[in-house]
Design a protein around this ligand. Structure first.
Ligand code: AMP
Length: 286
């Protein structure tokens, strides 16, 4: 595995590899890797000749009151996990290498970015889209792998790729969960033991709602109410949102169909956790 920090060096070496007929897979991450990230890397390895994993804690996607300075980092452990998973090139640029000057350009995928997460994090997705766009320009034509864990982000990147004609195939990958169902996240490290135990209520509430769908319930409002009722059973959980939407447009729906996604964001202690399911499919067991 090659370690690269210079964007131009990565760009040039990948141009050469493409000229030699190699297919390229890209897995953008912020590091502190877990099995969720590794599932993306392994899929990219299975489907491409060359796999670039990027680790960059993107300052543009954090608001001033968020956890940029405390975001967990462990580059040594990440490097060995990337190597084990089959990464060909690990790209870990420093801030100054990504942005040699003040950034004046931003990509904004409107409408999709202002709902759900966008309500409490209004600048978040333009920070994500701007840096992902830059990574796409550095890496060039490729397949790029994103987790369904960040469902809204996945829809925004897909739309950006379509709207701006990036030569990138965006591939969504299933949510990887802990044994009790909690979606793996680098931010789970913020949870105390008690909070971690309580956090399992999130997938349980989603699973409960899916059970209702399986028994024939199709009214979004009733599903929403049942999830809120479940989550409110713990005093350690504070609900940011529970929404039942069309999975592509992210617009609220009144009746469940095959496209319906249920998304939740809650705070448990100092951690803000998100999760989602397809209403008809329920919690995946990957
Ligand atoms: P992050 O490092 O949190 O920015 O995540 C990098 C990529 O890994 C994003 O595409 C995430 O959606 C994906 N990811 C994070 N957690 C999981 C998970 N539990 N299962 C699947 N993908 C995940």
């Amino acid at each position: 595995m090659e370690l690269i920090t210079d964007p131009a060096e990565l760009q040039n070496s990948l141009d050469q590899m493409r000229a030699d007929g190699k297919s390229i897979g890209l897995v953008p991450t912020m590091g502190f890797l877990h099995r969720g990230h590794l599932s993306l890397i392994k899929r990219a390895v299975a489907e491409n000749d060359v796999v670039i994993t990027t680790i960059f804690v993107n300052p543009l996607q954090f608001a001033a009151n968020e956890d940029l300075s405390t975001y967990p980092r462990d580059i040594e452990k990440d490097s060995s996990l990337c190597l084990e998973a089959g990464t060909t090139k690990l790209f870990t640029p420093a801030n100054e290498e990504m942005f040699c000057d003040t950034v004046l350009t931003s990509i904004s995928v409107t409408v999709l970015s202002s709902v759900l997460e966008g309500i409490t994090r209004p600048t978040h997705f333009s920070g994500v889209a701007t840096v992902v766009s830059k990574l796409f320009n550095i890496v060039g034509p490729c397949r790029s792998y994103f987790g369904e864990k960040d469902w809204q982000q996945l829809q925004i990147i897909k739309k950006m790729v379509t709207d701006l004609s990036y030569r990138v195939e965006v591939i969504g990958c299933p949510i990887i969960r802990d044994d009790d169902g909690l979606a793996l996240s680098s931010r789970n490290v913020y949870l105390s033991d008690d909070e971690r135990e309580v956090a399992a209520i999130i997938p349980q509430a989603l699973h409960y709602a899916h059970g209702k769908v399986k028994s024939g319930e199709r009214q979004s409002q009733l599903l929403k109410d049942s999830i809120i009722e479940q989550l409110q059973k713990s005093s350690l959980v504070s609900i940011d949102y529970v929404e039942v939407v069309n999975g592509d447009s992210l617009e609220p729906v009144t009746t469940v169909d095959a496209q319906t996604r249920i998304l939740v964001a809650v705070r448990v202690g100092s951690a803000r956790l998100i999760d989602n399911i397809n209403a008809l499919v329920g919690i995946n067991t990957a």
